[in-house]
Design a protein. Structure first.
Length: 193
C-alpha cells in the first residue's frame, strides 16, 4: 500500500491498444522526441516531466514522444505500426485539492503542482490553469473558455469577454469587452476671457 507522500511522485496511466499513436493538434505540444529502450522507460520520462500529459512509444524503433497534450487538443489515431502505443496520465481532483494554494512545502517534488516564486504557494505548472478543482491544460485558439487565465498566454491568446460580460473563446489579443456599441464622451473646454 502506498502512502499519500508516495502518490505525489507517481502517476496513473491509461494505455491504448497497440497500433496507435498520438496526433497533437499543434507542434508546440511536443516536449521530447528521443529513443527509449522500453515502454516503461518512456512512461517514466513522462512521469518525471510535469508538463507531460501524454506519451507514445514504438517498441520497434524505440521512439518515445512526450506531449503536453490530451484528448481536448489532440487525438489517438490508428497507425500502420502495430508496435506503437499511447499512454495518457489520468488526472483527478484529488491530486490537486489538498495542495493548491498551500505553502510550497505541500507540493515539493510533486508532478501536479509547482511552487510559485511569486506567491510561495503551490500553483498549476506551466501551461495549465486552476479551474476550481484541478489543473487542466490551457486552451488554444478558438477554444471555448470560461475564465480569464484559461488560454495559452505564451501564444498571445486571451479569453475574450462578450458584450454581456461572459467569457467566450480564446483569441489572439488582450481580454476585452467585445461590443457593437461605442460610447463617446465629449467635454467642452473654454478658455477664460
Amino acid at each position: 500500500m502506498s502512502s499519500p507522500a508516495q502518490a505525489i511522485y507517481s502517476s496513473t496511466l491509461s494505455l491504448s491498444l497497440q497500433g496507435h499513436e498520438f496526433q497533437p493538434q499543434y507542434d508546440v505540444q511536443l516536449i521530447f522526441h528521443e529513443t527509449a529502450q522500453s515502454l516503461l522507460l518512456c512512461s517514466a520520462a513522462c512521469n518525471q516531466n510535469p508538463s507531460c500529459r501524454t506519451f507514445d512509444y514504438d517498441s520497434s524503433s524505440h521512439r518515445c514522444r512526450l506531449l503536453e497534450a490530451d484528448l481536448t487538443n489532440g487525438a489517438i489515431i490508428a497507425v500502420a505500426s502495430q508496435t506503437s502505443i499511447v499512454g495518457s496520465v489520468i488526472l483527478s481532483a484529488s491530486l490537486y485539492a489538498s495542495m493548491y494554494n498551500q505553502s510550497c512545502s505541500a507540493c515539493q517534488g510533486n508532478r501536479y503542482q509547482t511552487c510559485s516564486s511569486t506567491t510561495n504557494t503551490c500553483q498549476c505548472p506551466g501551461n495549465s490553469y486552476w479551474n476550481g478543482s484541478m489543473c487542466p491544460l490551457k486552451l488554444f485558439e478558438n477554444a471555448t473558455c470560461s475564465q480569464i487565465d484559461a488560454c495559452r498566454s505564451d501564444l498571445n491568446l486571451s479569453c475574450i469577454i462578450n458584450s454581456y460580460g461572459e467569457f467566450t473563446q480564446c483569441l489572439i489579443g488582450m481580454p476585452k469587452l467585445t461590443t457593437s456599441a461605442t460610447t463617446v464622451t465629449a467635454a467642452r473646454v473654454t478658455a477664460p476671457t
